[in-house]
Design a protein around this ligand. Structure first.
Ligand code: ADP
Length: 236
């Protein structure tokens, strides 16, 4: 399923946090959504997932508009927000069953077991979420985002604050998920972009300053590194 964003805008008072942006996330591809802090990434992602109503414009999944009331369309979307909100006092299985119930999933028990396996949570599955390391908490966050097997996955800085080993594991997991889902991922780590993304959007002060495939972006600015390209396009 592809995601089309059309002239999407969010204004906070006089501030244009997202200033009429349009782009497309191609089906089955991983789109890196980059930009400095405050550029409008989280706001855009919240609108795409239907959690935040836009000031104007819209986002569509396979031609169906998304809005906070579009419950059917929202079933096709999995969302990992920034600073993963999790219930520290709940057990891993209990939490995932709870999320699965909100989607009224059939065969909930086996689906929870399947997802736990898929995200590599098996060794920690009997613990309380509050007891887990940041890397495993992030896996729980990804597990809750994919429990209903959405075709589209929106991941807001899924690897921030992870150690190098955890980072490599989560990256691998995202790449794996990207084989069958359309993914939009925001990150500040250019190595990560290089390793997993097919396409790149760079947003600065609410406006898009780059929108192309990773390969063509690198080619266009060769021999500059992604860091250099990012700085050049956002240091204004
Ligand atoms: P990013 O995710 O790229 O760091 P955000 O989307 O979080 O950026 O924020 C974009 C801009 O919108 C920032 O200037 C931020 O302060 C502002 N902003 C975000 N949410 C709100 C809000 N609820 N009220 C007012 N301003 C906000």
């Amino acid at each position: 399923m592809s995601i089309k964003v059309k002239e999407l805008a969010k204004h906070y008072g006089r501030q244009k946090a997202v200033d009429s942006i349009s782009f497309e996330a191609r089906e089955g591809k991983i789109l890196g959504f980059l930009g400095p802090n405050g550029a409008g990434k989280s706001t855009t992602m919240r609108m795409i997932t239907g959690y935040l109503a836009p000031t104007s414009g819209n986002a569509e999944i396979n031609g169906r508009p998304i809005n906070p009331k579009a419950t059917e369309v929202k079933r096709d979307i999995g969302y990992l927000p920034e600073n993963t909100p999790l219930y520290a006092d709940m057990y891993v299985r209990e939490f995932l069953s709870f999320v699965g119930e909100t989607y009224k999933l059939k065969n909930l028990k086996s689906r929870v077991a399947e997802v736990i396996k898929q995200v590599g949570l098996e060794p920690e599955q009997h613990k309380k979420i509050g007891m887990l390391s940041k890397g495993y908490k992030q896996r729980v966050g990804i597990a809750q985002a994919i429990i209903h097997n959405p075709k589209v996955l929106i991941l807001d800085e899924p690897t921030s604050g992870l150690d190098p080993n955890q980072l490599a594991d989560i990256r691998l997991l995202i790449k794996e998920l990207g084989k069958e889902k359309t993914i939009i991922i925001s990150t500040h780590i250019m190595q990560e972009v290089d390793a997993i993304c097919d396409d790149i959007i760079i947003i600065n002060k609410g406006k898009i300053v780059a929108d192309e495939s990773l390969l063509s972006l690198k080619k266009k600015y060769a021999p500059q590194s992604l860091e250099e390209i990012f700085k050049k396009l956002t240091n204004t």
